[in-house]
Design a protein around this ligand. Structure first.
Ligand code: ATP
Length: 462
């Protein structure tokens, strides 16, 4: 735990966030916009704005760092979104990747069968209370498309509903080039698409989203132990990006609710303002996927164990996380309101996103005290140039300094640097080339030499 980790007050001490406030802040400050908004939007699709894209990138980079770069036993890959239809036949997605769907004949809404309510007096539509519902029928969640100029059955394929299958079908190639021995993993981050019947809860259930998936291949005897290991690793990951342990829960998915081939699955859940919901699934998928692809393709996907001279299909543990759900959890966790003095010392409500510095979109804001004093502006620009190679820095010279701090608090920038007359050495020669460094959560200020800033800030944000 870094110094900044231990200094951070526990998240639950701040006021709970409401979804309305979060959605409004996300739009107002450029985290998330409705896709195609000027045309009325498209349900279940979202665009990330200038700050959202930084937050998302920080989450993905940190995942890649701990899951790939900091390990000897994991390599990465980046598969195509469109794949041969045979992949989806063999994986079972074409036949079974569906949700049961029910139509309400009264209000014409289309519902996932698990949304239908039953208060003991028969099934009811959650929207209008109507009881005239159709029987449940399977609705395949994959988006169908055509490859090439002819639109017929022979050219059908699907936008991938998960990134995992690209890893399974490239297992042999990656094994050959990486020369890894079991246990080892292949990691991938990429877009996935599901034609969700009822997208809802902001970005939580979208029709286009990103996944961060690891397929960790092992010997069958290691499977159960590694399932536990990865569950713990993944919980640590969420804590390390700032989600509080109290809001994270592990659901041990019961036998009847797991895929038939899974020997154990944990859902890592987070307490969103709209309820406790899945962030990530950690599943022991046995040898199901590789065996299916070996059977359907006729190509061996076996592993040769040099020690025992045996050939076998490895088992796999899959920690599968959603980028968008993680980003949403981070925003929900970070959102808080407190009381802080304004320019005249009057207390006002301050909205703060208390992001962990590791994921904060902007790491540091630099302000010249006054914008019409050239030496202050020049010095502030120098500080920006000094820091830019190390982190994402934002320069702001407009408005009163207090207001500039508030704007940064609202987007979660952990550090603010002010260049003032003392920096120029006008008041006290000892303070020449020092700046005020302000910390977002405590609002405490310290005087720091400009030359020490890169190391100091780097140690607090890494
Ligand atoms: P759910 O039960 O919520 O539909 P799932 O169990 O089908 O999720 P998986 O197939 O295990 O989800 O996918 C792995 C991860 O991908 C999920 O834990 C989630 O973070 C993310 N994910 C899945 N579907 C969506 C979606 N529609 N929108 C955003 N993220 C999603």
């Amino acid at each position: 735990m870094s110094a900044t980790d231990s200094q951070r007050p526990p998240a639950q001490s701040y006021g709970a966030a409401s979804m309305e406030k979060i959605v409004s802040l996300c739009k107002r400050r450029g985290f998330v916009f409705q896709s195609s908004e000027i045309y009325g939007g498209l349900n279940g699709l979202w665009d990330y704005g200038p700050l959202g894209v930084e937050l998302k990138r920080n989450v993905k980079n940190y995942w890649w760092r701990v899951m790939v770069h900091e390990r000897d036993d994991v390599v990465g890959m980046d598969g195509s979104i469109l794949m041969n239809r045979a992949v989806w036949k063999a994986s079972g997605h074409e036949d079974t990747f569906s949700d049961p769907m029910v139509d309400c004949r009264t209000c014409k809404s289309r519902l996932r069968a698990d949304q239908v309510i039953d208060k003991g007096r028969g099934k009811q539509c959650p929207n209008c209370g109507g009881k005239d519902l159709t029987e449940a029928r399977a609705f395949n969640l994959m988006f169908k498309t055509y490859v090439g100029a002819t639109e017929d059955e022979s050219s059908v394929t699907y936008l991938r509903p998960e990134t995992a299958q690209a890893i399974f079908v490239q297992f042999k190639n990656v094994l050959d080039v990486s020369r890894k021995k079991l246990p080892f993993g292949i990691a991938q981050i990429g877009k996935a698409f599901r034609n969700e019947i009822n997208p809802r809860n902001f970005t939580f259930r979208s029709r286009e989203f990103e996944q961060m998936e690891l397929e960790y291949f092992c010997r069958p005897v290691e499977g159960i132990k590694l399932l536990e290991y990865w569950k713990e690793q993944r919980l640590k990951f969420y804590e390390n990006i700032g989600l509080s342990r109290e809001k994270l829960h592990v659901l041990n998915v019961p036998d009847g609710d797991r895929a038939f081939y899974s020997k154990g699955t944990y859902d890592i859940e987070y307490e969103f303002p709209f309820g406790r919901q899945e962030l990530e699934g950690v599943a022991y998928r046995t040898d199901y996927d590789l065996a299916q692809h070996q059977k359907a393709s006729g190509k061996s996907l076996e592993y040769f164990d040099e020690e025992t001279k045996q050939k076998f299909i490895p088992h796999v543990i899959e920690p599968s996380a959603g980028v968008d759900r993680t980003v949403l959890a981070l925003i929900c966790e970070a959102y808080s309101e407190d009381q802080a003095p304004d320019e005249k010392g009057k207390m006002e409500t301050r909205t703060v996103l208390r992001f962990h510095p590791r994921v904060a979109p902007v790491k540091c804001a630099v302000f010249p005290l006054l914008k019409n004093k050239e030496p202050l502006v020049a010095k502030a620009r120098e500080v920006v140039d000094l820091l830019r190679p190390h982190m994402f820095v934002f320069y702001d010279e407009s408005g009163a300094i207090g207001r500039r701090y508030r704007r940064q608090d609202e987007i979660g920038t952990p550090f603010g640097i002010t260049v003032d007359f003392e920096t120029l050495g006008e008041k006290d020669a000892v303070l020449k080339d020092t700046v005020t460094l302000r910390e977002r959560d405590s609002m405490k200020q310290e005087r720091v030499a400009i030359k020490d800033l890169p190391d100091l800030l780097r140690s607090r944000i890494s």
